[in-house]
Design a binder for this molecule. Structure first.
Ligand SMILES: *Cc1c(COP(=O)(O)O)cnc(C)c1O
Length: 391
């Protein structure tokens, strides 16, 4: 069972029912502005922090932010129209033209894409990639102009885990800001701000939303000044605030997140165990398995595991394509975190150099990533069994 404070934040925190005619569920504030009694009260709005215009703040969005800040033990949360809007906002808030950034090698690919296609060519930012594992190497990569370290743990494909407290310690000693994508663990299974990280990011489309029906993102920070910069300069002026309907669905998704993630985890443990013992499976990558190369570190910093894993079949990587196409319950699609189970071969078209960059080999191009949804372990194992029989 998750901790008490988290359960209360999920269910009740930030919901001032008396303001909303005692409705048990807060309304969707589908308005673009708020009005005032007089010009004087309009002119003084900044001092009393009233809501004025929807690009700056919205009451429904604010409830979601209050919950996210409490769950991550942060001082402020700022919600955006997507996870990538949130990630970009974090880089914009910390870096300036000419900054050097250290990026963990396995971070979400679109983050590397925005570095390559925008921040490097347009802002003269330079990037060094780090394997996420060797802290001495991290120290060696630091330059005089290093302003930010981008992390994700666990990270996609092979679920590499980084020593969050260790990386934060190295960064702090050099006055460098740290960012981590905590989407996989949700704030329930990992709280990076308590380990010294400066900025935590969550995508709402995954376990927070939980129903595959929203796009959104959120940043949570410990430092109020940094929070103010992100809210009042980056979000308000770049204009990337989360929509009120999405915020409302995010609040609704959150209400059952603690129950769902437990179920996803339990199912995934059974599926991972099944796959690990299957004669046609070469290797399973899952943070919940004792065979994960960083099992000790995982135990130290994560209190739970996701419904996501990946595995590689023995023999020709093309077998993976046949296996995935033979699945009936698992749908084929990107993303994850919803009620539905999903499967994908994310590396099948990767070139040799791209695999080498990730420290993977040609055989790994047949890696199958699955998300275990809420259909139940018996259903999913049955589906995998019949698909693996076909290869
Ligand atoms: C989906 C995902 C994102 C991107 O979020 P968007 O809301 O789609 O922009 C970022 N990080 C991780 C780990 C993700 O899975």
């Amino acid at each position: 069972m998750q901790n008490k404070e988290d359960r209360l934040a999920i269910t009740h925190l930030g919901e001032e029912q008396s303001k909303y005619m005692n409705a048990v569920v807060p309304p969707v504030f589908m308005n673009s502005l708020h009005v005032f009694d007089s010009l004087e009260s309009y002119a003084s709005h900044q001092e009393d922090q009233a809501y004025v215009y929807g690009r700056a703040a919205n009451p429904t969005v604010h409830i979601l932010e209050e919950k996210a800040a409490a769950l991550e033990k942060g001082a402020a949360a700022i919600a955006f129209s997507s996870g990538m809007a949130a990630a970009s906002a974090a880089i914009l808030a910390v870096c300036h033209a000419g900054s050097h950034v250290i990026c963990m090698r396995d971070v979400y690919q679109p983050v590397k894409n925005i570095l390559n296609r925008y921040f490097i060519p347009k802002m003269g930012i330079t990037v060094s990639y780090w394997d996420g594992i060797d802290l001495n190497r991290l120290e060696d990569l630091i330059q005089d102009n290093t302003d930010m370290i981008l992390l994700e743990s666990p990270a996609t494909f092979v679920f590499t885990v980084t020593d969050i407290a260790g990386a934060a310690r190295v960064a702090k000693a050099h006055g460098i800001k740290t960012y981590i994508d905590n989407t996989f663990c949700t704030p329930l299974f990992q709280k990076p701000l308590t380990m010294g990280i400066d900025i935590v990011m969550h995508t709402l489309s995954k376990y927070i939303g939980g129903h595959s029906d929203i796009i959104g993102g959120i940043l949570v920070v410990q430092d109020e000044e940094l929070g103010k910069l992100i809210r009042e300069t980056i979000r308000e002026l770049f204009g990337g605030i989360l929509g009120p309907m999405e915020a409302w669905l995010g609040i609704r998704g959150l209400r059952t997140m603690h129950l769902r993630v437990e179920q996803h985890q339990q199912t995934a443990m059974e599926v991972a165990d099944y796959l690990e013992h299957h004669p046609k499976v070469e290797r399973v990558y899952y943070t919940g398995l004792a065979s994960h190369p960083q099992a000790e570190l995982i135990k130290r910093q994560q209190s739970g595991h996701t419904g996501l894993m990946s595995f590689v079949l023995k023999g020709d990587p093309e077998k993976a394509v046949k296996a995935v196409n033979s699945l009936n319950v698992f749908e084929i699609g990107c993303s994850w975190g919803g009620f539905e189970s999903l499967a994908l071969c994310p590396l099948i078209n990767y070139k040799k150099e791209e695999l080498e960059f990730l420290n993977l080999n040609g055989h790994d191009s047949g890696l199958i990533r699955i998300h275990c949804g809420l259909e139940g372990a018996d259903v999913l194992i049955g589906d995998l069994e019949q698909a693996l029989e076909k290869i």
